[in-house]
Design a protein around this ligand. Structure first.
Ligand code: ADP
Length: 400
């Protein structure tokens, strides 16, 4: 058997994991522990085409990782091939511009930037600590959502607020989905090597959604900010709003600013506008059945995505490629068409037939011949990127 890597994505109330071959191409085992922090936590493990369900004695990250470790003890041959653990880390602050092997200095730096991602960082740190105690011989690697965007210039990452807030508190745009953007940019480079020296716009459209401008394979702007709330309209997140709105909602509803931000994070976006669902598929079905609010939510989502793409494009030398990725970007021909319809002033033209007839889960070119930029659909694979970084760092080889 090959060497394999355990990839862990430890969220605030869930923990996803996968065991991948060292080239990242094959998933041998994958699973999710859900309901962590509630009294209904359970772990699902998918292996050999079958799903196995495990109740968690206590619904927390430790219990989930212990169950995964117990499962590996039973499946000895899979455990024997494990060579390392790669952790997805949402916020690396300004300390990390690339993936790193985790040691005490890295843990200290992670602790330091944890206040910037209070929902995610405690779960990541817990995940690392528990994995270290359960798998003491395996090297561990941290792969950051923010790292790819550390190439942004101050002109792009600073907010127009008093300079001392950046100097004293590091309040700035960090951007997220970086692992996905790095993967997609490299993948496009394998099929179109020229793109690595050109201007590429990527729309990562999923439940969380953002865009990124990539000039010569480096991120030059992105739509999420200090936190993943900024930018596009998302499943339940509002994206950018007039900041004064917070004070108005807080006053009218007699709630705190933090409860107001909670509404912008969890009750807004597609869900808030449609008053039906945060799920694009459900909304498309409702729209086809005549639901006007579902159509409005989808059209607003697409319009805002197009606007953010062109805003990020101001940092490019030219717009040569537009890439759609993420659950919605890869699967919704309606959203892709709507986004591109909003870009007609830039002579960006999608081919209606290629857009609807494209093969799922494959790289497809869906632009019209006379479009000013190539339009692609490229399925993202963040787990693969994490596995590749992990194996490269363990072998002391450069990471791209
Ligand atoms: P995240 O990783 O941010 O949680 P995903 O990238 O998995 O989200 O994307 C989830 C979104 O993708 C959901 O809104 C879902 O409805 C949408 N989606 C998945 N498949 C389809 C499809 N066939 N048509 C339209 N939307 C889809």
């Amino acid at each position: 058997m090959d060497d394999t890597i355990l990839v862990i994505n430890s969220g605030s109330s869930s923990l996803k994991f996968a065991i991948l071959s060292n080239d990242g191409d094959r998933i041998l085992v994958e699973g999710i522990a859900e309901g962590l922090g509630s009294n209904q936590g359970r772990l699902t493990i998918k292996f050999d085409g079958q799903k196995h369900f495990h109740a968690l004695p206590t619904s927390n990250h430790k219990s989930a990782l212990i169950q995964i470790s117990n499962w590996l003890d039973i499946n000895e041959s899979i455990k024997a091939d494990l060579k390392g653990i790669g952790h997805r880390i949402v916020h690396g602050g300004e300390s990390f511009s690339a993936s790193v092997l985790i040691n005490d200095d890295v843990l200290a730096a992670l602790n330091k930037c944890s206040e910037l991602a209070p929902l995610h960082s405690p779960a990541h740190l817990k995940g690392i600590e528990i994995a270290k105690s359960l798998f003491p011989t395996l090297p561990q690697v941290a792969v950051f959502d923010t790292a790819f965007h550390q190439t942004l210039s101050p002109e792009q990452f600073l907010y127009g607020i008093p300079a001392k807030y950046y100097q004293d508190y590091h309040f700035r745009k960090y951007g997220f989905h970086g692992t996905s953007y790095r993967y997609v940019s490299a993948k496009l480079g394998t099929i179109n090597p020229q793109s690595l020296k050109q201007g590429v716009l990527v729309a990562h459209l999923g439940n969380g959604a953002s865009v990124c401008a990539i000039n010569s394979a480096k991120s030059t702007d992105t739509s999420m900010g200090l936190t993943p709330l900024d930018g596009l309209i998302m499943g339940t997140r509002s994206g950018s709003v007039d900041p004064s709105l917070l004070a108005f909602i807080a006053e009218k509803e007699q709630i705190s600013i933090s409860d107001t931000i909670d509404i912008l994070n969890k009750k807004s976006g597609l869900l808030g506008i449609s008053e039906l669902s945060n799920d694009c598929r459900t909304l498309e079905e409702a729209m086809l059945a005549g639901n006007e609010k579902a159509k409005l939510a989808l059209d607003m989502f697409a319009s805002r995505a197009a606007k953010q793409l062109m805003s990020a494009a101001t940092t490019l030398d030219s717009i040569d490629h537009i890439v759609f990725t993420g659950g919605i970007g890869e699967n919704s021909s309606y959203i892709r068409r709507k986004v591109c319809d909003n870009l007609k002033a830039f002579n960006i033209k999608i081919n209606a037939i290629k857009n609807t007839d494209m093969a799922r889960s494959e790289i497809c070119l869906i632009s019209d011949e006379n479009s000013s930029a190539h339009i692609w659909v490229i399925p993202t694979n963040e787990e693969k990127m994490i596995a590749i970084d992990t194996i490269n760092l363990i072998k002391n080889e450069p990471i791209n």
